[in-house]
Each structure stands twice: as structure tokens, then as C-alpha cells.
Design a protein around this ligand. Structure first.
Ligand code: NAP
Length: 470
């Protein structure tokens, strides 16, 4: 494993083989019964202990996350780790709040009741951009629901997922309930996604891989949940607070070096504000401190790998050929590590690659719009539908944007904040299903209807519809 800030090795770990995936799934299957039949209070107690242990292990989790991803220590300390701890804590509580319709006689001759049961063994595959948060978002609702889990973190960022599993064991989670298999998507990921003996496959990652995972799971008819790519619009109406929009655009575009599925990537700005917006964003971006992720004064760490930087740089370099104007950035600093300067590309065409495709780097593309209809049309002119924001002081515009923008989350006068109680998940090419919140717990539960005869008679009235006694 390589530190993307230095190119130096961070750790060595074993790579699983498909046979290890079989063993992990068998372990999860064997442990399922005991965990699924534990009371909600018992499950809650273990998860609450895990939240406490994770909180106490903050320094280690931050260090691991920074060394394996290169994210700035400020981000890991103020966002990744506390957000994960809060999410664990949330699901410790959610485990005790299963809901359904009231039991009752919906048919006069029967009592109906609803049971909520764990889906079963859950296979989970996660990406490298927020290794701990993505693991928590998938594993915790599954555990809260009573499922057992086999998770495959990204090959290049397994550390915090392994630590989470160790802390879960320390918290009292029974052996076999939470299994980690390390290794590549090609070997371990395919074996897990297409495994016959899991009951559900949940995935966070890119859209093309997510679709492969869905196909593999579909071969067995398994339930799936997919959190995929994004290309979030950032719509600035002409009555917006320009300073707030400029700062919001920089924060929204640069979080995690732009390697964020909800990052602001397409700024769609009213013509009257356009020039000032571009100048303001360029000025803030040019002052961003790029460098050592371990330094609390660093704003922007490296991209995840040199190969990923080459992909980002290639897209930026091709942008002028499609009409884009690079206002700032577009360069990789000299020296080791896969760093890339914050980049602003103005005047891009609607069909250009940087406007349509996910870049997953610190790059913001900008276009103007003519009227509100045009702004919302441009916002929705994408296959993705994960997140969006609208910047306006007009309550009617805000309401219209939140109603008409096709995305799983629409922020008004902000971009990025998330919270454990509220769902995260996309539409269209961004996938389906929810992470975080009570909605996520639902993903891992099956609803069973139990209908009991309350007449006690053999000769039931409805039988006459089927046969007549002669
Ligand atoms: P990725 O290439 O799709 O990989 C995601 C995971 O899938 C990794 O663990 C990868 O393993 C594994 N994988 C690769 N090929 C596989 C296959 N054929 N079968 C099964 N598993 C396979 O995505 P990434 O580059 O890690 O992450 C970036 C992407 O994730 C972006 O598109 C981003 O938008 C998306 N994302 C979405 C959300 C959301 O909530 N919607 C959140 C975060 C990230 P290896 O890498 O080990 O080979």
C-alpha cells in the first residue's frame, strides 16, 4: 500500500483469494442466526460500544485514513472520523426503532401483523475515497438490522475497514458477523458480488463497476443497493449572495481533493454574476494550500494515485479543445506525490467531456444560463442524479429548484453537508437505495406479513369462491 502524498509504502497486508471469499461468506452464514435473533437492545448495546471505541481510537483512525488516502488531516479529523462515529452511534439507536403497520383485523376473519427480519448475509464493496465512512454507511445499518456482513474495501485503502472490524470484535460483536476480505475488484470483488450464498449485495463506487456488480448479483436474483457516481450541478441565480456562492463553490468542488461523489462540479451561473463568480472562485482557488496532508494548515492533499492524476490532467488538457478556458490550475506541482492544483474551467460547452463526465478531481467547470428554465434544464442535463445545490435569496426559486432538480439531495445556499439522520443516495446513473438514516436500515430488512385465522372454523366463507360443497 502506497501513501499518495509521498509515494512511500504505508503497510503490507494479505490479498484474499476467491477461496477466502467462500470462507468469509460461510462464516457470515454461520453467524447470522445468533445475531439476527439477538434482541434490538442487545444489538444496540454492541453498536453503542463500537461507537465509543471508535471515538477513543480517533487518532489511529485519522492517521490511517490520512496515510492511505492522502486526505488532509483537518478533513479526516473534522469530517471523516467524527462523522463515522456519529453514524455508528445513530445506528446503535436505530436498531431499536423498527416500524411497520399496526397489527389488526384488516380482514374480519384474520389478524395480520408485520415482522421485520434481517435480509441475511450482506456482501458489501466499497471505494477508496472515504474508506471509513463508506464502510460505516454500509456495515452499520446491516448490523443494526441483524444481518451479517462480508465487506471488500478498495484494494488500495483497506486499513480503516480492518480497524473497524477489530473494534467491532472488541465491542462484543460475535465472531463471524463482520468479515473483511482484502484484495482487488477483479479477484475478490467479482467473487463476492456473484456469490451464490449471500442474500444481498450493496456497493459504493463508479457507475460502470456498479452495473457489473448488479449483473453479477442478478444472476442469483439477489437484492442490490448501489451508490454510484455523480456530476453535481451548482446553480447560482442572479439574486444569490455572490460571496457565499463563491466560497460554497470552492469548498464544494475541493472537498477531499474533489474525490467526492457529491462534489460541486458544474457551476451554472446567472449571466449578470458570471464574470464576478469566475474571478472570485479563481482568486480563492489560487490561495489554496496544496501539500503535506499531515500538516493542519494544508487545504488540499494529493489525488489517490499517479494514474488517477493522469486521468484528471488528461480531461483538463482536452478541455480547451472543446471550448473551455482554464482560468486557474490545470497543473501538477513538481515533486513526489500525486498532487494537482485546484482548477477552474470557464465557458465550457454543454457537450464537452469536463461538463458531462465525472472527473473526480479538484476541477470546477462553469457555464452561464439565460433564464431560470435554462438553469434548471442545464442542471438536469446529465445521466447522474446524486446531489445538487441552488443559490438564491428568493424562496419561490428555491422551492422550484428543490422540486425540479432530479437528484437525491438538493441543498439550498450550501453544498456538501450531510447528517446521520438524513438519507444519502442517488437517482438515475447515480444508483438507487439509501445510505445513512432510517431509510438505510430499511434496505437491510425484509418485511414479512403474518396472517392468522381467528375464526377457528374449517368451513371458511371464502372457500365457496373456490369450491362448492355438494
Ligand atoms: P470503483 O472503481 O467502481 O471501485 C469501487 C469498488 O469496487 C472497489 O472496492 C473496487 O475494487 C471494486 N471493484 C472493481 N471492479 C469490480 C468488479 N468487477 N466486481 C466487483 N467489485 C469491483 O470506484 P472507485 O474508483 O473506488 O471510487 C470512485 C467512485 O465511487 C466514483 O465514481 C464516485 O462517485 C463513487 N462514489 C460514490 C458514492 C456515493 O455515495 N454515491 C460515494 C463514494 C464514491 P479495487 O479498487 O480494489 O479493485
Amino acid at each position: 500500500m502506497i501513501n499518495p502524498a509521498t509515494g512511500a509504502p504505508v503497510a503490507e497486508y494479505a490479498l484474499a483469494q476467491p477461496a477466502d471469499v467462500d470462507a468469509a461468506v460461510a462464516s457470515a452464514r454461520a453467524a447470522l442466526g445468533g445475531w439476527a435473533t439477538a434482541t434490538p437492545a442487545e444489538r444496540s448495546a454492541v453498536l453503542a460500544k463500537l461507537a465509543k471505541l471508535a471515538d477513543e481510537a480517533t487518532a489511529d483512525l485519522v492517521a490511517e485514513e490520512v496515510s492511505q488516502t492522502g486526505k488532509p488531516v483537518r478533513l479526516a479529523t473534522e469530517f471523516d472520523v467524527p462523522g463515522s462515529v456519529d453514524n455508528i452511534d445513530f445506528f446503535a439507536g436505530a436498531a431499536r426503532h423498527l416500524e411497520g403497520k399496526a397489527s389488526g383485523e384488516y380482514s374480519a376473519d384474520h389478524t395480520s401483523s408485520i415482522r421485520r427480519e434481517a435480509v441475511g448475509v450482506v456482501a458489501t464493496i466499497t471505494p477508496w475515497n472515504y474508506p471509513l465512512q463508506m464502510a460505516v454507511w454500509k456495515v452499520l445499518p446491516a448490523l443494526a438490522a441483524g444481518c451479517s456482513v462480508v465487506i471488500k474495501p478498495a484494494e488500495i485503502t483497506p486499513l480503516t475497514t480492518l480497524t473497524l472490524a477489530r473494534l467491532a470484535a472488541e465491542a462484543g460483536l460475535p465472531a463471524g458477523v463482520f468479515n473483511v476480505v482484502t484484495g482487488s475488484g477483479a479477484d475478490v470483488g467479482t467473487a463476492l458480488a456473484g456469490h451464490a450464498d449471500v442474500d444481498m449485495v450493496t456497493f459504493t463506487g463508479s457507475t460502470p463497476v456498479g452495473r457489473k456488480v448488479m449483473l453479477a448479483a442478478a444472476a442469483h436474483g439477489h437484492r442490490t443497493q448501489l451508490e454510484l457516481g455523480g456530476k453535481a450541478p451548482f446553480v447560482v441565480f442572479d439574486d444569490a449572495d455572490l460571496d457565499a456562492a463563491i466560497q460554497g463553490a470552492v469548498a464544494g468542488a475541493l472537498i477531499n481533493t474533489g474525490q467526492d461523489c457529491t462534489a460541486a462540479t458544474r457551476a451554472i451561473v446567472a449571466r449578470d454574476l458570471y464574470d464576478d463568480f469566475v474571478a472570485g472562485v479563481a482568486e480563492v482557488m489560487s490561495n489554496i494550500v496544496v501539500g503535506d496532508p499531515g500538516d493542519p494548515d494544508t487545504d488540499l492533499g494529493p489525488l489517490i494515485t499517479l494514474a488517477h492524476r493522469a486521468k484528471v490532467a488528461g480531461m483538463v488538457e482536452r478541455a480547451p479543445g472543446e471550448g473551455g478556458r482554464i482560468v486557474t490550475g490545470g497543473v501538477a506541482p513538481d515533486g513526489p506525490g500525486s498532487f494537482y492544483r485546484p482548477t477552474l474551467i470557464a465557458d465550457v460547452s454543454e457537450q464537452s467531456e469536463v461538463w458531462r463526465d465525472e472527473i473526480f478531481g479538484p476541477v470546477l467547470a462553469v457555464r452561464s444560463f439565460t433564464d431560470d428554465d435554462d438553469a434548471l434544464r442545464q442542471a438536469n442535463d446529465t445521466a447522474y442524479g446524486l446531489a445538487a445545490s441552488a443559490w438564491t435569496r428568493d424562496v419561490y426559486r428555491a422551492q422550484r429548484a428543490s422540486r425540479e432538480i432530479h437528484a437525491g439531495c438538493v441543498w439550498i445556499n450550501d453544498h456538501i453537508p450531510i447528517i446521520s439522520e438524513m438519507p444519502h443516495g442517488g437517482f438515475g446513473a447515480s444508483g438507487f437505495g439509501k445510505d445513512m438514516s432510517q431509510y438505510s436500515l430499511e434496505e437491510y430488512l425484509s418485511i414479512k406479513h403474518v396472517m392468522s385465522d381467528i375464526t377457528g372454523v374449517a368451513d371458511k366463507t371464502w372457500h365457496r369462491t373456490i369450491f362448492t360443497k355438494r
